[in-house]
Design a protein around this ligand. Structure first.
Ligand code: F6P
Length: 374
């Protein structure tokens, strides 16, 4: 049997564990299955521009603990690739590059958006396997994603730390946590860090409810509060505006109507962007306490992956190598308990895993007296 040639790339926002997964796949592919490995630079961009280089045991050594991605990444989309003349469908170009390099398979590490790119390449006839990474933990069909556990540790540590300063100054400190439209990271870190209030996109809040939780704490003698706020959290009114704007985009029939609906949605998003600062001002007015905001931002995506993410990335990477050897493609390697299970990409692409409002984590938070803002 001839040696299999496999390409690998990382796409979308970076997250801790990408290098551990590249290593997990690469060491298994090269060392165990005797495959040849090629790393494409900067995600889909490098795939379109045909920028790749061989990866060997040496290039995979020493990267397990390293943050970011040794391959670089980008958010470019294969079907709307940016060119000076506007977006172009580059799927045919990628197919040509794949064939010219005589690849037998392509391993794509990425989040939900990347799963859609991967599916487009599968539909074009390429042998693609997707590995689920994102700090947001919002990919469908998998228990979890690598990057999430590390980001949750970082956000938890931040919540731990703001407690003492909130306590010293008798302040409300709002800690804004990433997660895009999903509340997993804020909910997990909020529970682990003992936030007094947790606000997530899946549970729209009212300022009155948040203020009532804080005032009740003051009445009981706690003159400070820590609020974990998801970047995508919204109050009830903003949620209604946002959902209406999204519905408009979905229901727009003509290109002009779509353009107008998208512009309206962007306008709504822009107006709501600094919602954590707005909430801080509203809570000051409602409670009489001083409020401060800490935006954790990219700190959550940086640095060395946690032990849990290293294990997850390694086992999903190794499982992907086995799938290439077995000739099983068009799938995402999902974490299901201790297993790594291939799931057809059509079940993943275009789906988002949100926090069910009655999820066990939500219930546990409520049971220990954490306010959810509703
Ligand atoms: O998807 C990961 C994520 O960090 C989200 O939590 C966040 O909303 C987004 O990426 C930020 O994207 P960018 O890196 O393009 O600024």
């Amino acid at each position: 049997m001839s040696t299999k040639k496999v390409g690998i790339l990382t796409a979308g926002g970076d997250s801790p564990g990408l290098n551990a997964a590249i290593r997990g796949f690469g060491k298994s592919a090269i060392g165990h299955y005797d495959m040849e490995l090629f790393g494409f630079r900067d995600g889909i961009t490098g795939l379109v521009e045909n920028r790749y280089e061989p990866l060997d045991a040496r290039s995979l050594s020493g990267i397990l603990t390293v943050g970011g991605t040794i391959l670089g990444t980008s958010r470019d989309k294969v079907h709307r690739f940016p060119t000076p003349d506007g977006p172009v469908d580059m799927v045919p170009q990628v197919v040509e590059n794949y064939e010219r390099a005589s690849l037998d398979a392509l391993i794509i590490l990425g989040g939900g958006g990347t799963a859609k790119n991967a599916k487009r390449l599968v539909d074009a006839g390429l042998n693609v396997i997707h590995l689920p990474k994102t700090i947001d933990n919002d990919i469908a069909e998998t228990d979890t994603t690598f990057g999430f556990a590390t980001a949750m540790e970082i956000a938890t540590d931040a919540i731990d730390r703001v407690h003492s300063t909130a306590h010293s100054h008798h302040r409300i400190i709002l800690t804004e946590i990433m997660g895009h439209g999903a509340g997993w990271l804020t909910l997990g870190a909020g529970i682990a860090g003992g936030a007094d209030i947790i606000l997530i996109p899946e549970i729209p809040y009212t300022v009155e409810s948040v203020a009532a939780t804080i005032t009740e704490r003051t009445r009981r003698g706690s003159t400070f509060s820590v609020v974990a706020v998801a970047e995508g959290a919204r109050d009830v009114a903003d949620t209604a505006d946002y959902e209406a704007a999204r519905l408009l985009v979905k229901s727009a029939k003509t290109p002009e109507a779509q353009r107008a609906a998208r512009a309206h949605l962007k306008n709504v998003e822009d107006t709501q962007r600094e919602h954590t600062f707005k909430l801080a001002r509203e809570l000051e007015a409602a409670t009489g306490l001083e409020a401060r905001v800490t935006i954790l931002g990219y700190v959550q995506r940086g640095g060395s992956p946690s032990a849990a993410d290293r294990v997850l990335a390694t086992r999903l990477g190794a499982a992907a190598a086995r799938l290439v050897a077995d000739g099983e493609f068009g799938v995402m390697v999902a974490a299901r308990g201790e297993d790594a299970v291939p799931v057809p990409l059509e079940k993943v692409a275009g789906k988002v895993k949100l926090v069910p409002p009655d999820h066990a984590w939500v219930q546990a938070a409520r049971m220990v007296g954490t306010g959810l803002g509703d």
